[in-house]
Design a protein around this ligand. Sequence first.
Ligand code: MIC
Ligand code: SF4
Length: 639
Amino acid sequence: MGRSLARQLIESHLVTGKAVAGEEIGITVDQVLLTDTNGIMSWLQFEAMGLTRAMPGRVVSYADHQVYQVDSRNSDDHRYMQAVSRKYGAVFSKPGNGICHQVHMESFSVPGQTLLGSDSHTPLCGAAGMLAIGAGGLDVAVALGGGPYFFTMPKVVHVRLTGALQPWVTAKDVILELLRRLTVNGGTGKIFEYGGPGLRSLQAAQRMTIANMGAELGLTTSIFPSDEITRSFLTRLGRGDDWRPAAPDDDATYDDQIELDLSTLTPLVALPGSPDRVVPVEEVAGTQVEQVMVGSCTNGSWYDMASVTDVIRGRRVHPSVSFVLFPGSHKILETMAREGLLTDLLAAGATVSESTCGSCAGIGHVPAAGVKSLRAFNRNFPGRSGVKDDEVYLCSSLVAAASALTGVITDPRTLGAQAATALLPRFATSTVGFVESDGQGEIPRGPNIKPVPLGEPVPETLEAPVVIKLGDKISTDDISPAGSAVLVFRSNIPAISEFTFKYVDGEFATRARAAGRSVIVAGELYGQGSSREAAATGPMYLGVRAVIVKSFARIHRSNLINWGIVPLVFDDPASLGPIERDDRLRLPGLRAALAAGERVTVVNERTGARFTASCVLTARERDILLAGGLLAHTRGGRS
Ligand code: MIC
Ligand code: SF4
């Protein structure tokens, strides 16, 4: 039976388990990427585990989120990350060198290899035929030490592309269409493998947009074959030698198939609140916007920057609009300067940022209260832009460019014929933003870098109040917000815990601390979005011992286990309804039930109601959870 590309890569890296959908597998990790948010904690955990050498063939630490260094604590984190990278064998990518995913694709992607990243958008490198997966900081720390990455074998879905995109329609519209059809839950437990005749019309940058934003579907990852288009991309970057073919077998079989005719797509926009609230651009055309942005790891490519310039050149950004571009990498920005794009953009009234995540994670360019913002980014969860009750619309670079000119959301097809955006024969090949490791040096720790606390072993019986009751689709942005005021504490768990649920319920931290031990209850897809470990460490530090929900997002569930918080799923989703905040729940024999793989009984002491919840764990997960998390488990000498 022919194998999909995803299956080939999983099987060639498999160290434990069987590659059967739904079973836990462990794979070897060829490459690791770390960021200056989650990744700082991974390095601290790496040290806390007593590890002294990064083992994978390629490890890169990126200072990419906090590049404005608005606070000396950001700079302290960067100094620490640069020093640990130097000492333990990782390349350091300096602030301004670009967003990890874009830079990694340009400089380090190797078709056929595996990549684990401390960031949920790591799948971008799937555009180059890599098996690229995002994970929480502790899982990444283990991989740094040479350990396998464990995850549930996903179903592999063939997304069969036919046709070609119409003028003014982009790869962003492809992924927005998939979000419209499938919602943010539609990719749970799946890998999307793209194929079909439509593939040959998609440049590497367009594949990057699609693979990257598959994270918003909840996919484990997305993958494209490595073909002549991949080869051309690497060759133009001076990396033709790293190219190798990677493709599914001719008779490959898949668990499922989705058909997508590219020629039927039109420009789309996601309404504020969630990336899956997708409508045709016509439905919102005319909506006034005061901010328009293009960038992030989804739309920061050369192709995005060049196609925006083609729209803006010789025209003028609307006087009431702030139009900001974030080139995804220093290489792109340098090439934009060489090729004259910067001049054209500046002359038209655009602002060009240094290469960073920036406003995508609420760092800078925070919209004024009540102002609508249109962004060619990937996420618009409430408050993520840095202000409560924000209204962020997501769109393609072309919708953004057209709207920047008019001050209202604009269908780019109204601009007439689209100029073809040319591919560059050659990119800047400079490597000035990278610092190689020489295994030397001292490691400075700024005053904000605090020791990593340990989780507590799971108690025999848990008796604790419900400290918060939440609905469906709670994102990690809700649990531990983005924004520079919070991100500055990523290496300081006691301090960042104070921000837990800050914009959802300002009293949460005080209440949880007062309660000692506590429980969270919520609906579907709890913890969707980022790989943010602070969304587990914050609650853990405040005493949350269990989270009972209708369903979990993949990375967040792993993060909870890794920090000793019991992730329980209601056996009957209706059990959530009658629970109220401050109800005391009793989970008698919790530890024994988890150890035996049995359902957990929950008694609501206010109402006397009883219900059951399940926590399906592999043997590995069970040992970690019972010990109080991965660090506690490792300290106990059992890993
Ligand atoms: C995000 O887009 O939310 C982030 C900031 O990149 C996060 C990582 C983090 O919170 O450290 C992600 O996507 O995983
Ligand atoms: Fe950075 Fe935004 Fe991409 Fe996260 S989603 S890595 S914040 S650009």
